[in-house]
Design a binder for this molecule. Structure first.
Ligand code: PMP
Length: 303
């Protein structure tokens, strides 16, 4: 089946979306990206997009942080995505990757409107990215998270994901499923592509947005659910050793959804199984994104 993408203002076949080797973003990482999940409802033959507008707003904010100007607004991007979903007609859960990149073939590490900031979008079928039905092994990375004074992690900058890739590589070499970053201050920060929560004494604790984390959309959805369920949420710095003694530790993200750790750095987390609070939040999250809970239907855009 043909795969369609959005490229240079049009929906075209993937084979037609080709960039020159000297593309600025390819050489220097001068682009920003985001991701949107779509959940396929087989019975209704409908795709439910999870918070597309919020993801496009963050994409535009990432671009703003870099000083990349782009013509399309978040609302227009949502319309483009809806068209692309219809055109591809994938009957599975999907993962969409929109990005804004410097398309010019120029040499010099510069960000400038002359370097042709351009929006592109593609999608793939995607089930679980990390296991959600069994506990993950985590490894606190020896690589520290980039800092707002270097490449702001609040923006999803293409080149900045070398930092994530190094951490993920190290985790894999150590037999772990995912890395956990400490920031420059030595506090727990986030995963290579996920936000992190711990549970202590029935309360959720997660690093604040000023701790060099990405302001995750799933993070805020899980906090919204916790609020409704009367589970306390505290945003504060977390020490590495708190991970080891937490009752539960889980990750949130568009790709990973809600996934939990059974082990971090060789220490068992809680009893090593899915803890009651993560279990509750994970169940509500999956019910919500599949449109089964009226109170959360507002999260979804049906195509
Ligand atoms: N942190 C990082 C570094 C990420 O790349 C992601 C994935 N976008 C997240 C956190 C989770 O953010 P979201 O829930 O918006 O996908």
């Amino acid at each position: 089946m043909k795969n369609f993408v959005y490229f240079k203002g049009e929906i075209v076949e993937e084979e037609q979306a080709r960039v020159p080797l000297a593309t600025h973003a390819l050489q220097y990482g001068t682009g920003v990206f985001d991701s949107v999940r779509g959940y396929w409802l087989e019975q209704k033959k409908a795709m439910l997009l999870l918070k597309p507008l919020e993801h496009f707003e963050r994409l535009v904010n990432s671009a703003k942080i870099l000083g990349l100007a782009v013509k399309e607004t978040p609302a227009e991007m949502t319309e483009i995505l809806k068209k692309l979903v219809k055109k591809n007609a994938l009957e599975s859960d999907i993962y969409v990757r929109p990005f804004i990149y410097q398309a010019a073939t120029k040499v010099a590490p510069i960000i400038s409107p002359d370097f042709e900031p351009s929006l592109a979008m593609y999608m793939i079928s995607l089930g679980d990215y990390l296991a959600t039905d069994k506990g993950l092994k985590g490894k606190v990375s020896s690589w520290r998270r980039i800092d707002d004074t270097m490449i702001p992690p609040r923006a999803k900058v293409c080149g900045a994901y070398v930092n994530s890739s190094l951490a993920r590589q190290e985790a894999a070499m150590c037999g772990a499923d995912e890395a956990i970053f400490l920031n420059q201050d030595g506090s727990v920060c986030e995963g290579s592509g996920e936000n992190i929560f711990i549970v202590r004494a029935g309360q959720l604790i997660t690093p604040p947005v000023s701790a060099n984390i990405l302001e995750g959309v799933t993070r805020s959805l899980v906090m919204e659910v916790a609020g409704r369920e009367r589970i306390g949420v505290c945003e504060r710095c977390i020490d590495r050793s708190e991970l080891y003694i937490a009752d539960e530790v889980f990750l949130t993200g568009t790709a990973c959804q809600v996934a939990y750790f059974s082990e971090i750095d060789g220490r068992q987390i809680g009893d090593g199984r899915l803890g009651p609070i993560t279990k509750k939040l994970q169940k509500i999250f999956f019910d919500a994104v599949h449109g089964r809970l009226p109170e959360y239907v507002k999260w979804l855009v049906q195509v």
